[in-house]
Design a protein around this ligand. Structure first.
Ligand code: B16
Ligand code: MG
Length: 222
């Protein structure tokens, strides 16, 4: 019989809050180029790739490809500067404990992040040993909301997608998880309410309750 065998975690907004650093880096680029960019604009960039983020920041304005590349590199250099300052204290509240409890259930654990810097971030957080697989912005061509990344991570964990639960904080990530055929837990804002289940954060997830709720639905599905 099918049962839940893996958890796949988004990184930014689920394990740590790098969204603020993405904001500061994009804001610096936008200010230098005279483009308007607010915290609200930044919210729409959660979970989407660097290139898609730049396209959204440009709000319909077009740039030659060489400039697109140069702007993305510049933003990333600013972002990498901010990452110098992060460490184990930047793991979100309750996450370490949650990951340890997952191990007690023999779950395989993976990261599914749109970020090309995901491995570096996980290393700086001191969590590299906590995950069996890290899927990042280099793993697949089509990033969230395409299903590819979560299918890739589930495959690397050797678990069928329907036996994996994805934890996501962004609408693009929930769309990707559902399109992949995974179970999805939305964390945080109302924007993720189309997930199968929602909690304010990982710290609030009751693990036995979550597993039995998903298991009941899996058994009903046959
Ligand atoms: P990079 P996630 C995403 O991370 C961020 O939420 C998003 O704001 C960022 O644009 C994307 O990674 C790409 O990041 O520029 O570092 O490759 O939420 O999928 O962990
Ligand atoms: Mg996220």
């Amino acid at each position: 019989m099918s049962h839940i065998r893996a958890f796949i975690f988004d990184l930014d907004g689920v394990i740590t809050d790098t969204a603020e650093y993405h904001y500061l880096a994009w804001k610096r680029l936008a200010d230098e180029e005279g483009l308007p960019f607010s915290r609200q604009d930044n919210d729409a960039l959660r979970g989407v790739s660097r290139r898609e983020s730049l396209l959204r920041l440009l709000k319909g304005r077009t740039l030659p490809e060489a400039d697109m590349q140069a702007w993305m590199e510049r933003k990333n250099a600013y972002y990498l500067d901010y990452l110098q300052g992060i460490g184990p204290d930047d793991v979100l509240h309750g996450v370490r404990d949650f990951l340890a409890r997952c191990r007690a259930y023999n779950l395989r654990l993976g990261i599914g992040s749109a970020s090309k810097n995901a491995r570096l971030v996980v290393e700086r957080l001191g969590l590299i040993e906590a995950f069996d697989v890290i899927g990042d912005g280099y793993s697949v061509v089509h990033s969230k909301p395409a299903p590819d990344l979560f299918i890739w991570v589930a495959g690397a964990l050797r678990v069928p997608v329907q036996e994996a639960v994805v934890f996501e904080d962004a609408p693009a990530g929930v769309d990707a998880a559902l399109a992949a055929g995974c179970w999805c837990v939305g964390l945080g804002t109302a924007q993720v309410q189309h997930a199968h289940l929602c909690y304010p954060s990982l710290a609030e997830v009751n693990l036995p309750e979550l597993l039995s709720a998903v298991q009941a639905q899996l058994s009903r599905a046959g």
